[in-house]
Design a protein around this ligand. Structure first.
Ligand SMILES: Nc1ncnc2c1ncn2[C@@H]1O[C@H](COP(=O)(O)OP(=O)(O)OP(=O)(O)O)[C@@H](O)[C@H]1O
Length: 262
């Protein structure tokens, strides 16, 4: 039986948002990432977990295009993401750990300035949309320099969303924030995921990973030791330790990370 081109095309899997194949990176001859391979589907919220120094931020920077890999392939929405990134730059945005907002601007001015810098088509309209969507109205006239950590973090996320990225990279989005603000940021992230944005995030908070991520990868010394759903990671840790009790993601993380250590 012959199958038409149209039929084949309509059954094609949607291309992944992110594909990493044996990605490697060294700093000063020290190998930081040792062949990372993973795929993040479009619309997925994917968490990268690992101890301090495992290479999470290094990987985020490679995906964001702030640094180049030494080896392997990085594919973003079906295109090469390790070079000039023609046609895909606007689709990727990073919210880094550092707050690099201009302190003397008001929130409104900061958002408008970046909207123009990013070449957003209708900057005022886009800023208004984001202010409304993320409840930033009361912050608009405040100076960036006086914002609390939580307010600044919400602004950083809103700024990253100005060009309507399809892939949002969040490096420890709620580090150092109180539980109330953390809930606000989680609501922002859930809203974005519900609207179809792919999210690739790092976190040290296991609860955050369980609450937000469909799948997580455990990174240890620059290598992935497990990729699964949070429940799958727990089952894996139980199976490997011969433990049949339901474990927490935190215990599973510790077991898998400590494995092979003296
Ligand atoms: N620009 C750089 N030059 C040299 N070494 C670097 C650079 N950036 C990171 N490193 C090193 O790479 C290793 C991994 O750092 P990275 O920040 O990626 O880890 P991480 O998993 O994000 O850690 P944390 O959880 O503490 O944020 C560390 O040993 C760090 O010192």
């Amino acid at each position: 039986m012959s199958v038409s081109r149209t039929t084949l095309a309509s059954h094609r899997e949607p291309e992944a948002a992110l594909v990493l194949h044996r990605l490697a990176k060294a700093y000063d001859k020290q190998q930081i990432l040792r062949g990372i391979s993973l795929t993040v589907a479009q619309g997925e919220t994917f968490g990268l977990l690992g101890p301090n120094g495992a290479g999470k931020t290094t990987l985020m920077k490679l995906v964001a295009g702030l640094s180049r890999p030494d080896g392997g392939q990085l594919t973003l929405f079906g295109r090469d993401g390790s070079g000039e990134r023609q046609g895909i730059k606007q689709r990727i945005a990073l919210v880094a750990q550092e707050n690099n907002l201009e302190r003397e601007f008001t929130v409104q001015e900061a958002l408008l300035t970046y909207a123009r810098l990013y070449g957003v088509a209708k900057p005022r309209q886009r800023v208004e949309q984001l202010v409304y969507k993320f409840n930033l109205t009361e912050l608009c006239s405040k100076q960036v320099g006086v914002l609390s950590g939580g307010m600044a973090r919400r602004l950083l996320i809103a700024r990253a969303l100005l060009p309507e990225p399809r892939l949002l990279l969040l490096d420890e989005p709620t580090v150092g924030l109180d539980p109330d603000v953390r809930q606000d940021i989680w609501a922002m992230i859930r809203g974005l995921a519900a609207a179809g944005t792919t999210i690739f995030m790092t976190t040290h908070y296991m609860e955050e990973a369980e609450q937000l991520c469909q799948r997580v990868a455990l990174l240890k010394a620059g290598q992935i030791v497990a990729v699964d759903t949070p429940d799958g990671i727990k089952r894996l840790a139980d199976a490997e330790s011969g433990n049949d009790k339901k474990t927490t993601l935190e215990t599973a993380f510790l077991r898998l990370i400590r494995e092979g250590q003296a």
